[in-house]
Design a binder for this molecule. Structure first.
Ligand code: BGC
Length: 426
């Protein structure tokens, strides 16, 4: 009897520890061999809906999706979890990733080679150079780009604008006048969340508007100390301080999608955010052009600060590779690029996809992207890892949020920025 009890206890311990259900055990059973674990930070309503497009597509092809979500826009927390997983020798098959993070992982030699899938799908011919720069490392395809987002957008509640007689602002001064009008009406003028990546997202547009594309390039892509320490940068920080006066006092720690909800519900007029915000409007049943509008951050028309979500494939055991390749192949299919991006708020990562199904804002985003690409004004987003590697990005986050939270004034912020960027380059 005692022996039986011990056996039962040991068995249930094994079950709890997952010993009968772990990956290695499953791989010996063909029916369960097709799984793909995906680490990502798409946890808001709109994001989850978009991710489901991919999940459903794979599940229809017999691949079981193992979801590994890590909340937090910009992916900072997701990258922390990823480092721990790789250190433990247990990387997920696929990971959502941005720009220079991809290159950093590629350098470590831990990513899978997707060249056969890319060749078959003719990726080289249809993916824009600015994105390919991150999808390939030393001639090897290591990531499948899902989309192109951009950060220099303002999202607006149409009814508030109409009620207050506000036209789409074209210049910074017109924008400030619009914000003043909303503030005077008693509504919140600017919905924002006090998380460093969100403040940095606003800063992308403010720096571009204040200094223009050449200045943005010098400061954020070339990391030129003169540009970083310039009067133009001082002006950009002063503009950030001005913007802070339009944000409500409860902004600290607020998630970006809750700030979008404030615009959706008519508590606030504007949000300065990447076009993933559009996915939240859609998810709430709102119609582009009727319930909400979007315009480029005033003063940045003609330029695009972009970021592209890519699924990076890690080296995994042989039994997981077929599903991984299928995922990569599906991601670049024109059918998926349209279906997914319609929900996500981004635009396709292929240049040969029709804009017919996209709304007025999506069509504009596709046109802006193509024009900026042609004119040399397609610029990597600093806030979302496409201007400089993570060490520099994080240094910028610290200074920008220090300034927005009142820790440093604009003058001090400029000095801190020069110092922090120099230190992070070492
Ligand atoms: C990603 C978007 C995502 C946003 C908020 C950005 O870094 O590129 O896909 O929707 O973060 O989570």
């Amino acid at each position: 009897m005692k022996k039986l009890l011990v056996m039962v206890l040991v068995f249930s311990l094994f079950v709890t520890m997952g010993i009968f259900a772990n990956g290695k055990q499953e791989s010996t059973k063909p029916a369960e061999a097709q799984t793909v674990e995906v680490l990502h930070w798409w946890t808001s309503g709109g994001e989850a809906k978009a991710l489901n497009v991919l999940k459903n597509m794979l599940e229809k092809q017999g691949v079981k999706w193992i979801d590994a979500p890590v909340a937090g826009g910009g992916g900072g927390q997701a990258m922390t979890v990823l480092r721990a997983r790789v250190t433990a020798g247990d990387p997920p098959a696929a990971v959502q990733m941005l720009g220079y993070d991809i290159t950093d992982w590629a350098k470590m030699g831990v990513l899978a080679n997707l060249n056969d899938v890319a060749l078959k799908g003719n990726w080289d011919a249809v993916i824009p150079t600015a994105i390919k720069k991150f999808s390939k490392y030393n001639g090897v395809w290591i990531a499948a780009p899902v989309n192109v987002h951009s950060t220099n957008w303002v999202w607006a509640n149409k009814k508030i604008m109409d009620d207050l007689g506000i036209a789409v602002p074209k210049t910074w001064d017109e924008y400030i006048a619009a914000l003043d009008k909303v503030k005077a009406s008693g509504k919140i003028a600017l919905a924002a969340g006090g998380q460093p990546w969100q403040t940095a997202t606003i800063f992308d547009g403010v720096v571009l508007s204040t200094g223009g594309p050449e200045f943005y390039k010098k400061a954020f892509i070339e990391l030129d100390p003169k540009a970083l320490g310039s009067d133009t940068m001082l002006k950009a920080f002063k503009r950030m301080e001005k913007l802070r006066t339009y944000v409500d006092d409860n902004f600290s720690g607020r998630d970006w999608n809750l700030a979008t909800a404030m615009v959706i519900e008519g508590q606030a007029a504007f949000q300065m955010m990447g076009d993933w915000a559009k996915g939240e409007f859609f998810n709430a049943g709102k119609v582009a052009g009727k319930d909400f509008i979007a315009f480029r951050t005033p003063g940045t028309q003609g330029s695009v600060t972009f970021n592209s979500d890519q699924f990076v494939m890690f080296k995994v055991n042989k039994d997981k590779r077929a599903a991984q390749k299928l995922l990569a192949q599906d991601i670049l299919s024109p059918k998926f690029q349209i279906a997914f991006n319609l929900v996500k708020g981004s635009v396709p990562a292929r240049t040969d996809v029709s804009d017919a199904k996209f709304t007025i804002i999506g069509k504009k985003a596709m046109k802006d992207l193509a024009e900026a690409n042609k004119n040399g004004t397609l610029l990597g987003s600093m806030a979302h890892g496409h201007a400089a590697p993570a060490a520099v990005k994080n240094a910028v986050y610290d200074v920008v949020s220090g300034n927005f939270n009142g820790q440093y004034d604009a003058k001090q912020a400029v000095k801190e920025l020069v110092k922090a960027v120099a230190a992070s380059k070492d």
